[in-house]
Design a protein around this ligand. Sequence first.
Ligand SMILES: Nc1ncnc2c1ncn2[C@@H]1O[C@H](COP(=O)(O)OP(=O)(O)OP(=O)(O)O)[C@@H](O)[C@H]1O
Length: 292
Amino acid sequence: MIEIDDLHKRYGDKTALDGVTFSVKPGEMFGFVGANGAGKTTTMRILMGVLTADSGSVLRDGRPLTFEDRRRFGYMPEERGLYQKMKVTEQIEYFGRLRGMGSGDARRATEGLLTRLSLTERRNDAVDTLSLGNQQRVQLAVALVHEPEVLVLDEPFSGLDPLAVDALADVLAERCRSGVPVLFSSHQLDLVERLCHSVGIISAGRMVASGAVEDLRDREGRGRLRVIVRDATPGWTSGLPGDITENGDEVLLTGVTGDGQEILHLAAKAGRVEHFGWQRPTLTEIFREAVA
Ligand SMILES: Nc1ncnc2c1ncn2[C@@H]1O[C@H](COP(=O)(O)OP(=O)(O)OP(=O)(O)O)[C@@H](O)[C@H]1O
């Protein structure tokens, strides 16, 4: 288990992290989300030992991380770091050997990743001749080549086409199933909702929500009622409880208490009720409310 415990970090006068705490379990895919400048990259750099925190700690199974631990991690930094003139295959193998792999193992792992990430046709091309999306695939292969024990990826899905997104999602899910904790940041909340078991939402250096995606959706969904009434009497919503958002015939009520039967009664009196149900918010809706 990776535990991030009460991290604080300032850059001069600027507070970047103000008590960031969360954990990622073995076999868990954790989506780290937050607005631009919220503190995701800073947290991941501290986790990887690229930056030092002012206070707080990063633990693995209860003890502080060492340089040797981190060598067995896979990291995709925000500032992508590839050798532009080196060929794709050589590059991936080289990074495998840097992480202690023998040349045979590095070659076999590279071949597997070239296939998985659809890079086979570009294997002998120099990195600087590749499109940005293909460079991103190489960067991912470099992070994955040594079968890392933990994966820390800074926006790995940005700039990828839908097929590459699916290929990467499959690889990450496979690593997760073998017990690897996977932490990645992303602004693609639909993707995070689809792929991740857990999520952490950071805003201005503080965690504003974290936990299992389904638990968060259940928790935040309490008191949200969606009602669609066709041919309704105009103004029928004026006496309804909670906060009301109307969109044509559709009404979303938040902050509703009780079982909502009186609302159903009012809706049925006003018109033809086409839909009446409690609604769990999407991750995007939870995110908007949490960082508002
Ligand atoms: N080297 C630095 N010097 C000064 N301020 C910095 C430095 N690096 C980051 N910051 C500031 O720290 C805060 C957190 O930045 P960070 O890069 O961690 O955010 P982020 O969540 O990764 O953002 P993004 O989604 O845009 O990548 C921001 O206000 C940023 O401007």
